[in-house]
Design a protein around this ligand. Structure first.
Ligand SMILES: [Zn+2]
Length: 84
C-alpha cells in the first residue's frame, strides 16, 4: 500500500482498519489520510457506528438478524462506493 492514499483506497480498507486487521504501516497511511480528509472522517464515523450497531444486534438476536446485519453492512459499503 502506498503512503499517500486517496479516498477510494481508504474506503476499501476501512472495515479492516476499524477492526485493526491491517499492518502498522497501512494503519498509519489511512490515519494520515483521514486526518486531512473530512469526507473520509465522516465515512469512518458512519462505518464505525454501523459496525457497532450491527455487533450489538448480533449479541441480542439470532442468526436471521446476523444475516440482515451483514446485508446492511454490505449495502452501506456499496452505497459509499457509488458516491465516489
Ligand atoms: Zn478521503
Amino acid at each position: 500500500m502506498k503512503l499517500m492514499l486517496n479516498c477510494k483506497d481508504v474506503h476499501e480498507h476501512a472495515s479492516d482498519y476499524l477492526d485493526k486487521r491491517l499492518s502498522r504501516r497501512k494503519r498509519l497511511a489511512i490515519w494520515m489520510h483521514v486526518m486531512m480528509c473530512s469526507h473520509c472522517r465522516r465515512f469512518m464515523k458512519q462505518l464505525h457506528l454501523t459496525i457497532t450497531s450491527v455487533r450489538n444486534l448480533h449479541q441480542k438476536q439470532n442468526d436471521d438478524t446476523k444475516q440482515l446485519a451483514d446485508a446492511l453492512h454490505q449495502r452501506f459499503l456499496e452505497i459509499h462506493k457509488k458516491k465516489q
